[in-house]
Design a protein. Sequence first.
Length: 66
Amino acid sequence: MKVFLNGEVRDIPPDLDLERLLEHLSIPSKRVAVELNRSVVRRADWKDTKINDSDTIEVIHFVGGG
């Protein structure tokens, strides 16, 4: 299945939800926000949000500093 992830076309396994996608990509989920098709998805909804072919996903990393 192909999706657009942070502006790049990526092949991912079918039947993933957002939580499993982050695990598949080895992205730590503690400091990220996820946008699916231009809508921010609440962390509580990640495991119930299925990814479909051609979806656009943005994973935003939070960086602390001072």
